[in-house]
Design a binder for this molecule. Structure first.
Ligand code: 5GP
Length: 126
């Protein structure tokens, strides 16, 4: 079910639980500001999720409230993960679903990194 991105942060969401170590994940990278792990239901040969460590519902919430250091740290972590995975030369796609029309399902900001095949047009028909 898509979430309402205007709701307050829910500390029980699945990515908050991964951050607290209550649920396992296949970690790709971790630093002060970000955690990256493999998506449980990959939509491409490489499908990594990068999340900020702070409690932010969505891209909207993060861009409005996060400190500059958190934003810089998170953006650099996304770039680092893609670079370290060797994705720059072949190419990769970033996606951050925000709210209902975008079909955001987990109410903790996450950037998807897709790669490993020709990804085709930007959007498919609804
Ligand atoms: P959204 O639709 O919110 O942009 O994407 C949520 C993503 O989280 C989906 O691609 C889904 O497969 C992934 N996901 C949901 N639950 C889990 C989980 O428990 N572990 C991992 N690694 N990924 C998850």
């Amino acid at each position: 079910m898509p979430i309402d991105a205007t709701l307050p942060y829910d500390d029980g969401n699945i990515f908050a639980r991964i951050l607290r170590g209550e649920i396992p994940s296949k970690t790709v990278y971790e630093d002060e500001h970000a955690l990256a792990f493999h998506d449980i239901n990959p939509q491409a040969p490489t499908h990594i999720l990068v999340i900020p460590k702070g409690a932010y519902v969505s891209w909207d919430d993060f861009s409005a409230r996060a400190a500059d250091a958190e934003i810089a740290g998170f953006v650099r972590a996304v770039g680092h993960v893609a670079r370290a995975a060797g994705l720059v030369a072949p190419g990769y796609r970033l996606l951050a679903n925000t709210g209902g029309d975008a079909h955001q399902e987990v109410p903790h900001l996450h950037v998807h990194i897709f790669a490993g095949r020709r990804l085709g047009p930007m959007l498919t028909a609804a």
